[in-house]
Design a protein around this ligand. Structure first.
Ligand SMILES: CC[C@H](CNC(=O)c1ccc(S(N)(=O)=O)cc1)c1ccc2[nH]ccc2c1
Ligand SMILES: [Zn+2]
Length: 260
């Protein structure tokens, strides 16, 4: 049938009709309430090893814009923190709004950010493929980074300057050797909790690791995301914006903080 989207009729409020897990016990995103998080001094530091980074392409998949990595052999991995195994980078993508005052998926004490970057990793120590890992409770780890408008972000230019090449759903263009380490904030402080994919199929397979410190990007850079389209060439144009799911019930989950 008609696939899911972010519109009036196919948006987050109706996803449960095709994906009953939408009303599950570990859904994402959530509102992070810092005063209710638990400082876990036993949380080891998160190690991000993005040295060998072979990005392959950037593509418009009809719900976001994603930069894919060649995850066939050893590559960029994260480990430590709440993770038992090493998780391999598969892709990163963004969620954003119609304007700079909302667009993030996670919120902090109800505060929304202009955008949220998701770096998607899968447990290649335990599973053979991303699809298999994506359906397993310990299969994925996603790093979340908030974007707020301010100074231009020098590292993001390579991405925003390529967006005009992937304006339509289904467009893909080469993007080689982009190292996403430059998109991480300075501070290592993060919150972590067990959650899900924030888009259908909404699998409850994600260890979420959300950095507390946002990165700054310029309004001009944010504006380039908003010239992307949900629609294919020859279809009537639908602006790609507000591609975020609102916060979901915490259902008793504990949110841990790596900092006091
Ligand atoms: C299993 C789902 C996967 C497509 N979806 C994702 O990869 C994905 C990744 C991250 C996030 S977020 N916003 O939470 O970071 C949301 C969705 C996926 C992968 C392979 C597939 N083959 C056919 C269908 C299909 C779907
Ligand atoms: Zn996402």
């Amino acid at each position: 049938g008609h696939p899911w989207g972010y519109g009036e009729d196919d948006g987050p409020a109706s996803w449960h009709k095709d994906y009953s897990i939408a009303k599950g016990n570990r859904q994402s995103p959530i509102d992070i309430v810092p005063s209710e998080t638990v400082y876990d001094d036993s949380l080891p530091p998160l190690t991000v090893s993005y040295e060998h980074c072979t990005s392959v392409n950037i593509s418009n998949n009809g719900c976001s814009v994603a930069v894919e990595y060649d995850d066939s052999e050893q590559g960029p991995v994260i480990e430590g923190g709440p993770l038992e195994d090493a998780y391999r980078l598969k892709q990163f993508h963004f969620h954003w709004g119609h304007d700079d005052c909302h667009g993030s998926e996670h919120t902090v004490d109800g505060k929304t950010y202009a955008s949220e970057l998701h770096l998607v990793h899968w447990n290649a120590s335990k599973y053979q493929t991303f699809g298999e890992a994506a359906a397993a409770p310990d299969g994925l780890a996603v790093l979340g980074v908030f974007l707020e408008t301010g100074e231009e972000h020098q590292g993001l230019h390579k991405i925003t300057d390529a967006l005009y090449m992937v304006k339509f759903k289904g467009n893909t263009t080469d993007l080689k050797d982009f190292n996403p380490k430059c998109l991480l904030p300075k501070s290592p402080n993060y919150w972590t909790y067990p959650g899900s994919l924030t888009t259908p199929p909404l699998h409850e397979s994600v260890a979420w690791i959300i950095f507390k410190e946002p990165i700054e990007v310029s309004e001009k850079q944010m504006g380039k995301f908003r010239m992307l389209l949900f629609s294919e060439e020859e279809e009537n144009e639908k602006c790609m914006e507000n591609n975020f799911r609102p916060p979901q019930p915490l259902k008793g989950r504990k949110v841990c903080a790596s900092f006091n």
